[in-house]
Ligand binder design. Structure first.
Ligand code: NAP
Length: 257
């Protein structure tokens, strides 16, 4: 029970990595506040947790909307009285090189992936500062470290999240708050399945190419990232501050050929 008596708010927990983390955290004793834009998917996560004997509640909110986020945090604190862990996980993909991206598509990716980290943090941190304790996990990506073709908007936001994580850590260390970033490689989730369908004429060939660039020879699973998130959320990582944690099948530091 590595998160016994902790309360964790996970954004975008109706799917993929967020859902896997919600289930993993609940198994380790946390009360999980499951956020998602999509109510049915978020409620499904809560049902899955409840059916395995865990504690969770769903709070719908759009992480890009300040009023929506403020209401969510207010309701979370009313229901649970504290938030120990904030996992800023919600994110969307963005495909294209700069000249191919429409300005409104660029803005959408920046809004969800960057403003969507800023807003929940902005409204949870004062509560953590008051308690002189807290733990924030920001979802970056290994794309913050390496160039990948036709992912300009996505890489810009994930690089920004990594830089923001370091800056946040300096600001909030005096309040006993840790802030770290997760940098996954390619993890097989609905997000990646959609990316493959939308970006390639031959998604199967694209999948094979992605697998071949990983030293692991395969994509990661949501549970692989959930386990890393659990480590960051627990006191086992108490000496990690402002750090990137890579969960990437060797894609950043290894080379296959
Ligand atoms: P996913 O399966 O698509 O899950 C993301 C969840 O976030 C979805 O349920 C989505 O809801 C929700 N969401 C989107 N916009 C939101 C908003 N404005 N407010 C609240 N919730 C919102 O994706 P995933 O693969 O698990 O990715 C989770 C995070 O990991 C993302 O930040 C992603 O960039 C990052 N990541 C993923 C990979 C990978 O290979 N999968 C690699 C590195 C980093 P809707 O479906 O309704 O939009």
């Amino acid at each position: 029970m590595r998160l016994q008596d902790k309360t964790a708010l996970i954004t975008g927990a109706g799917s993929g990595i967020g859902r896997a983390a919600a289930e993993r955290f609940a198994k380790e004793g946390a009360t999980v506040i499951v956020n998602d834009l999509d109510e049915s998917k978020g409620r499904e996560t809560v049902e899955r947790i409840a059916s395995s004997g865990g504690n969770a509640l769903f709070l719908q909110a759009d992480v890009t909307d300040a009023d929506s986020v403020q209401t969510m945090i207010r309701e979370a604190l009313k229901a649970c009285s504290k938030i120990d862990v904030l996992f800023n996980n919600a994110g969307i993909s963005g495909v294209g090189a700069i000249h191919e991206i429409e300005p409104e598509d660029w803005d959408r990716v920046v809004r969800v992936n960057l403003r969507g980290v800023f807003l929940p943090s902005k409204y949870v941190l004062p509560h953590m500062m008051q308690r002189m304790s807290g733990n924030v996990i920001n979802m970056s990506s290994c794309i913050a470290e390496i160039g990948l073709a036709r992912r300009a908007s996505y890489s810009a936001t994930k690089g920004a999240v990594l830089a923001l994580t370091k800056s946040m850590q300096v600001d909030y260390a005096p309040y006993g708050i840790r802030v770290n970033a997760l940098l996954p490689g390619t993890i097989l989730t609905p997000f990646v399945e959609q990316y493959l369908r939308n970006s390639y004429e031959d998604p199967e060939a694209a999948l094979a190419a992605i697998k071949s660039r990983q030293l692991s020879g395969d994509l990661g699973k949501p549970e692989d990232v959930a386990n890393a998130a659990l480590f960051l959320a627990s006191d086992e990582s108490k000496f990690m501050m402002g750090s990137p944690l890579y969960v990437d099948g060797g894609v950043v530091f290894g080379k296959n050929a």
